[in-house]
Design a protein around this ligand. Structure first.
Ligand code: IMP
Length: 178
């Protein structure tokens, strides 16, 4: 399908299933060679990374574990500032080789926060596997160790990425029509 209507907006087909598969396999190949004997712990960031993480881990052939975390955003009751709290971290990270799995880095503010927070858990190492980066929007300086693709500064949906909660189920990536 060339166009998809998601909620009240029209999106155009942008990245094919085949391209996504190749990119995911490429990341898995690198991890398979870099993490031999290291028993990595993948840490998927919900909600957006659930499909990428599911495909990535099935292409990883070395012993590994996976867990998921989520940022819960809420407005504090005593102030109007937004509070972002990391939830779901039940695993012992101390001494582990952690690979954070994220769908997309836009400004990078969310991931910068997460990477700093993870250091408090004294992992042996932390690396980042990210499917998409929007370089034009990126304002931080952390390294993306395993990057799928750079994309233009446009809004995309599909393959786990949503527009207002919708569109995550699309199997390809669609870009907002302007
Ligand atoms: P950042 O903090 O600006 O890097 O935002 C990162 C988060 O915003 C991602 O984890 C996504 O949940 C969301 N996001 C950023 N760009 C897009 C997009 O194009 N489509 C859907 N979600 C996006």
């Amino acid at each position: 399908m060339e166009f998809e209507e998601v909620k009240d907006k029209v999106f155009r087909r942008f990245i094919s299933r085949n391209q996504i598969d190749q990119v995911v396999q490429g990341i898995a190949d690198q991890i398979n060679s870099d993490y031999q004997g290291k028993n990595p712990l993948f840490l998927g960031v919900l909600n957006g990374a659930f499909i990428f993480a599911a495909d990535l881990i099935r292409a990883v052939m070395i012993p590994c574990q996976i867990s998921f975390v989520k940022y819960a955003s809420y407005v504090g009751t005593t102030s109007t500032t937004e509070v972002k709290e990391l939830i779901g971290l039940n695993e012992e990270l101390n001494g582990r080789h952690v690979i954070v799995v994220e769908d997309i880095v836009d400004s990078g503010i969310t991931m910068d926060h997460l990477l700093k927070e993870l250091k408090n858990y004294t992992p042996a190492s932390v690396k980042l596997a990210c499917l998409f980066l929007k370089p034009e929007a990126f304002v931080k300086s952390f390294r993306i160790d395993y990057l799928g693709m750079e994309i233009p500064n446009a809004f995309v949906v599909g393959y786990g990425l949503d527009y207002d909660g919708y569109g995550r189920n699309l199997t390809e990536i669609f870009k907002l029509e302007n």
